[in-house]
Write a protein that binds this ligand. Structure first.
Ligand code: ADP
Ligand code: MG
Length: 625
């Protein structure tokens, strides 16, 4: 037996590591299983190239807990180490790595959100163990070695009689880390970090029944089999050509077992130049529950789970997606601010944006109906992307769909083509009418449809920002909500209708109405319109309304505080009811007619509520009794 002192500058880094990484103790298991995986894959490589005489076989990694002895074991059948190698790789490499880590990240280590990304390696075992043993037998003829250390620079190293190849790491769990002796906790960690690692991981056993024999001789046989925690070949490591739609869906369920909705689309990422990246992204059906927060894109490094905080790596608008990204090229052992400034990461983010745009474009081209069907569930993501990523905006213009109130879907080009003949105003501007709510704006939509106009149905909360942007790109295009003015005024190129009222009559009418209508809310506007059009109509100018909506969804507002709710009360002077109001003898009756008409107009805009609605209903009953 030999004893020794590890040559490190920091006398005892153990307490330091414990202190700095307090919240992330659990990563020790990920590190040890990663080392076991590396050791196994290295042996595979050596046997493949004929540099090891060992029989590779079908190695597994086993995790065991011994509650009585308070130990946790990580056992692999990898290439193992000779005593000399233990001295080199553990005493020197692992310890100096830990020392370097501490020196470099002493100050930033408080930022615990990123700490889990640091690969502390073997040394992280000391975060939960008061003593660590390594029993290892190299794949060569060298005898097995037994190393013991309590985290201080002193260690012992002696021969051991282990005869089978591989390494067993034994952690003597510290009294403040009892949780890591609990089966449920270890299972949770293995599932979180190692679910898709490339070597099978055994944790305990389970009962399995299988049938044997035929007919009367049929027997059920109960067997105890290894309980394998992981799927060593997850879908993203396979070639897209080898996967069917069903495989992608099955993998989604594997990733998010608590998700019962099927994903809408998937995108298989696969690039090896200029960086290495694989993965599968899914467009989920976004309902309003908060699962969006919980089930996020997971980031892996060579099949080891790293984090589900992909901020900076995935463009913001795509953080609403789900799935996995695996890249050995994402520099995980650096801080987030560095990560964001890093060119490689920006390239990855751009690549993902491009891939998502290309995929949507191909769905649009090859299975447009499918895209249309799912459009309402994904449009917010697309709109957000168009607003936040210029490159995406350029590509998405080709497949971004505008739903119409008739249930059809048009691209911007198709829209322009279709409306070019009919929906232009005096200045030859294309006026694209839209509604936000079919129920509430029914009367306006109907009026426009009667004239043969196409009305879009745009109801996403951020669409106002997108319309603004599209109008900036094309100054001949103007989006106008159906209720922002009366239809004739919005579009028609014709000369205005002749008024049935004289100027004098109009001068009497206006103050009459203004007396009844609340001034702070409505400006009265007399218009000569088709006598079939409604007599009283409430409109809200596009500009004011849109600015207000944009302000509510962040940015874009031109005015500081809130906007006042200002409406226009458009009175159709050619409607018989308006003449009737004028001809009515008593002032009281006149007022009642105006009030009733105003309320009807408000009703059709869903603006009549509460006390006023109650009063209106009461008044209406009075009138008909
Ligand atoms: P890293 O894995 O980044 O190299 P670690 O601190 O995790 O750093 O491990 C240090 C070294 O110890 C490894 O590079 C490897 O040579 C050796 N090692 C650790 N665990 C094992 C193992 N289970 N089998 C064989 N070698 C191991
Ligand atoms: Mg390691």
């Amino acid at each position: 037996m030999s004893t020794g002192k590890i040559n490190v500058a920091v006398e005892n880094i153990f307490p330091l590591i414990k202190k700095f990484l307090y919240s992330d103790h659990e990563i020790f298991l990920r590190e040890l299983v990663s080392n076991a995986t590396d050791a196994t894959l290295k042996l595979k490589h050596l046997t493949n190239i004929g540099e090891s005489k060992a029989e590779y076989g079908q190695p597994i990694i086993e995790i065991k807990i011994n509650k009585d002895k308070r130990t946790l074991h990580v056992i692999d059948q990898g290439l193992g180490m000779t005593a000399e190698e233990v001295g080199k790789y553990i005493n020197e490499v692992a310890f100096s790595g830990a020392e370097e880590f501490i020196n470099q990240y002493k100050d930033s280590a408080k930022d615990s959100g990123i700490i889990g990304h640091f690969g502390l390696g073997f040394y992280s075992a000391f975060m939960v163990a008061k003593q660590v043993e390594i029993i290892t037998k190299s794949h060569t003829d060298a005898p097995a070695a037994h190393w013991t250390c309590d985290g201080s620079p002193e260690y012992t190293l002696e021969e051991h009689d282990k005869s089978e190849r591989g390494t067993e790491i034994i952690l003597h769990i510290d009294s403040d880390s009892d949780e890591f002796l609990e089966e449920a906790r270890i299972r949770e960690l293995l599932t979180k970090y190692n679910k898709f690692m490339p070597i099978p991981i055994k944790f305990g056993t389970r009962e399995e029944t299988r049938e044997e024999g035929e007919g009367d001789n049929k027997k059920e046989i109960k067997e105890t089999v290894d309980n394998i925690i992981n799927n060593p070949t997850p879908a993203w490591t396979k070639k897209p050509a080898d996967l069917k739609e069903e495989d992608y869906k099955a993998f989604y369920r594997e990733l998010y077992p608590m998700q019962f909705e099927e994903p809408l689309f998937n995108i298989h990422l696969n690039v090896d130049y200029p960086f290495n990246l694989t993965g599968i992204l899914y467009f989920p059906k976004l309902n309003n529950d908060l699962n969006i927060q919980k089930d996020r894109i997971q980031l892996y490094q060579n099949q080891v789970f790293v984090t589900d905080n992909v901020e900076g790596i995935v463009p913001e608008f795509l953080t609403m997606l789900r799935g996995v990204i695996d890249s050995p090229d994402i520099p995980l052992n650096v801080s987030r601010s560095y990560l964001q400034a890093e060119g490689a990461v920006k390239k990855i983010s751009n690549y993902i944006t491009k891939k998502v745009a290309d995929k949507l474009q191909s769905i649009f081209k090859n299975e447009r109906e499918n895209l249309e069907q799912k459009w309402n569930d994904i449009k917010v993501v697309i709109e957000y992307g168009m607003l936040s990523e210029e490159k995406f905006f350029e590509k998405a213009q080709k497949f971004n769909l505008f739903p119409t109130t008739d249930g059809t879907y048009l691209t911007l080009d198709e829209l322009k083509e279709q409306t070019k003949t009919l929906q232009t105003d005096k200045e030859d501007k294309l006026i694209q009418l839209y509604a936000a709510n079919v129920e509430e704006q029914h009367a306006y939509i109907q009026a426009a449809k009667d004239k043969g106009y196409t009305v879009l149905l745009l109801d996403s909360p951020i669409v106002g920002h997108l319309l603004q942007k599209l109008e900036q790109e094309d100054d001949k295009l103007s989006f106008v909500r159906v209720d922002s003015d009366h239809i004739d005024k919005l579009i028609t190129k014709d000369e205005p209708q002749l008024s049935k009222l004289t100027d004098e009559q109009k001068e009497t009418l206006k103050p009459l109405i203004e007396d009844v209508v609340p001034k702070e809310k409505y400006t009265v506007q007399l218009e000569a319109m088709d006598s079939e059009a409604a007599p009283f109509m409430i409109t809200q100018p596009e500009f004011m309304r849109r600015m207000k909506e944009m302000q509510q969804t962040g940015g874009g507002g031109m005015f500081g505080g809130g906007f006042p709710d200002m409406y226009q009360l458009v009175v159709n002077v050619n409607h018989p009811l308006v003449s009737q109001i004028l001809e009515t003898k008593t002032k009281k009756k006149q007022e009642r007619l105006i009030k009733q008409s105003l309320d009807l107009a408000r009703l059709s805009q869903s603006l009549l509520k509460g006390e006023e609605l109650t009063a209106f209903i009461k008044r209406s009953f009075e009138m008909i009794k």
